[in-house]
Design a protein around this ligand. Sequence first.
Ligand SMILES: [Zn+2]
Ligand SMILES: [Zn+2]
Length: 424
Amino acid sequence: MIKLVRGFKDILPADTALWQYVETTLRELLEDFGFAELRIPILEQTELFARSIGANTDIVEKEMYTFADRKGDSLTLRPEATASVVRAYIQHKLYAKDPVWKLYTIGPMFRRERPQKGRYRQFYQINAEVFGLHDPRADAELILLLMTFMRRLELSGIVLHINSLGCPECRPRFKESLKSFLADRSEQLCSDCLGRRDKNPLRIFDCKVPSCKESMQDAPSILDYLCHACQNHFFTVKEILDRFNIPYEINHSLVRGLDYYTRTTFEALAGALGAQDAVAGGGRYDGLVKALGGPDQPGVGFAVGVDRLTELLAGRAQGLEKRPDIFIAAIGERAQDIAFQWVQDFRLQGVRAEIDFENRSLKSQMRRADKFGASYVLIAGDRELDSKAAVLRNMTTKEQKEIPIQDLIGLVVNTIKTSITGSE
Ligand SMILES: [Zn+2]
Ligand SMILES: [Zn+2]
């Protein structure tokens, strides 16, 4: 038997209702906030990611699915979406049509990480990106959107971390200070971090090796090095979060592993204390559009990890399954024939209808209706057809009534739609 590739997974029907719920909830919210959907390919030229994410990052060095296509071009399955969104924004000159763009995209990302529980090499994200706004209100609004989404999902225990990474004016001074802090800590740093120390010491904050983590506890804070403009920017973001009662923690080691971030960074963490992990994260990337050959336009965005969210919501899947409004139990060939027509008619009227083709006994068809969890069962046998009426049974109240066959579709659709609006 051929099995799926290690590190990948199937999402089975029992789970997809929850996936759709998470996606629809965020999609609706994004559209209320003025975002439009952008659909982009899952692969790009490798150079796009090398240039945007940074050549000496774990993602680019170790985790990308990179391959030569038949003509020898180096292609990569996207490890994240921002680079592709920026590429599309530049390529289609969206900036020339309007100075401000709010875009979202939903889809799979690929990273060849070490397989471990709950981590997959194909994982799903919803990305939101805003172009053309330097204003700190754009950053705050994205965080508001994200936290509103978490509230709508009724996820408790989500903690928001925020930080500012400064700008090309002020960050170099911080880097120098961090380098001198790290200069006499060579024994504590892992070999990866020793390499990072000169090229990009900020990344050492992301290292999971315990001795690296420990040595970074006394590291200087970027927040002490922010220039005046960056201080004001960060201040306004915090002020808006306060005004909207969004609790946050300032985490000066929140640097995120990517090269292009400037100023605001943020992460939403879930899980018990000590085992918290990020379910969403984002930040500002004012230099990226220009670095990828576009105009000097600022950007800010976030990515939500759908896999992790559906894990957190796993207990909630049951109420979300789509059950038929009506199951038609047709007994006998004549009834089966008419019922086949009815079931199509119901569906055209927007009623979720199901039928069994096996022509089994009434008892076994009722069992099947129960298994589906149908709200109503329409029973039609030779006796019912002869008296020109079928029996409609409400599976909750067990009430039964006869429905004349002549107006059957209209009457049943009416009953079902009234009961749906009545119960809401
Ligand atoms: Zn600055
Ligand atoms: Zn390290």
